[in-house]
Design a protein around this ligand. Sequence first.
Ligand code: 9MR
Length: 472
Amino acid sequence: MDTDATPSRLRRPRRGRVLLAGALGVLGAITAVAVSVPADAAASTLGAAAAQSGRYFGTAISASKLGDSAYTTIANREFTMVTAENEMKIDATEPNQGQFNFTSADQIYNWAVQNGKQVRGHTLAWHSQQPGWMQSLSGSALRQAMINHINGVMAHYKGKIYAWDVVNEAFDDGSGGRRDSNLQRTGDDWIEVAFRTARAADPAAKLCYNDYNIDNWTWAKTQGVYNMVKDFKQRGVPIDCVGLQGHFNSGSAYNSNFRTTLQSFAALGVDVAITELDVEGASATTYANIVNDCLAVSRCVGITTWGVRDSDSWRSSQTPLLFDGDGNKKPAYTAVLDALNAAGPNTSPSPTPPVSPSPTPPVSPSPSPSSSPVTGACSATLTTINSWPGGFQSEVTVRAGSSAINGWTVKWTWPGGQTFSSLWNGTQSVSGSSVTVRNAPYNGSIAAGSSTTFGFTANGTAATPSVTCTSP
Ligand code: 9MR
């Protein structure tokens, strides 16, 4: 995929500037194209104005409104990114377990791409808007259902989604800890399992964690999410972006430390985006501040408002959007457009996710794990956690014996020609059917009796060969 947050077709040189257009795109491209645009050529739509700095400007779209030409006229004219407001959620896409339905989701997807827009996927794993069958699941059955759901939805849109909100709203509002939910009760690792499953399912999509009330840097919830993302980056859990929803109201007011929050997340090595922006009362000043905060952070890749007109908003009585119920531009619209037009180019690329073959659903039950002897410096246990026709995902737990170890090597022999498609938290070397996985730079040291894990996806039939663990 494009290494920049925004594809080249969305980029325009800034007005009144001479720009090295080549430098915005392919790394190392020496071709310099000088483009001069008259100083009065301010962009006249939100999407075009945002594209001047390499960003997108998006909106939530509701499938039920695609027949409303006043709505689609504004949406098509102003926005370059689309999020389905409800249609890609779990209850909409898997109303019965194992039976996927993309009718409404595809209406939005098709409208978006037919009008030259990109699509953010929202959302794959969430405590809310679960279909009844999922609400009644728990434990390993729910964990497996979550994995199946991610695989099923991402397979349908493989290669077509700019970024997925893989996990939505998993943190508690007050404490900064995890929110209690049926998903959380399957084990703390549910979020990283969701992200690893998502990476394997569509390596081209950016994978985001998305939440509200994480805008104020001083709030415990913000810090809780920040610490999770930091931990994920340190341990190699695949995460590319953090979505800050940006629902600002009297109980969760905009604070100028929002810029610090965006900068702090970005400094962890992820993109940030404002994914569901609305502001109670739509103060033009507040909207401009928010846009300027994003523009000040090179990895703030774009802004999405949560609806088109006030009448389309989930909280329309607060008139929080940029267009009034009649489709007229509000003062906040002009403030946003002016802020975007004043921005310079954003040249900061974001990393491209690793590319690996992807599985297709559905999954089959997991075989039992295979373990190495528990005596010695270390032991290893290989467990298949997900499989599908032609591929599977496994996790290996490496445990130190009665002494701490500093470095580990796990070996096995594939029984049936299996091959890795991706591996995380370790370094692999393969010779024929013989596999050797050594620790990554950051997880070689294990205290006595403690453990670490690595994981992989592979092509072929799921297998649990016997594994050995040695420590130098
Ligand atoms: O705007 C959405 C509204 O139509 C739905 O009824 C509601 C149901 O949960 O979800 C709203 O969107 C939410 C989004 O998916 C996640 N962040 C909060 C949004 C506003 O509630």
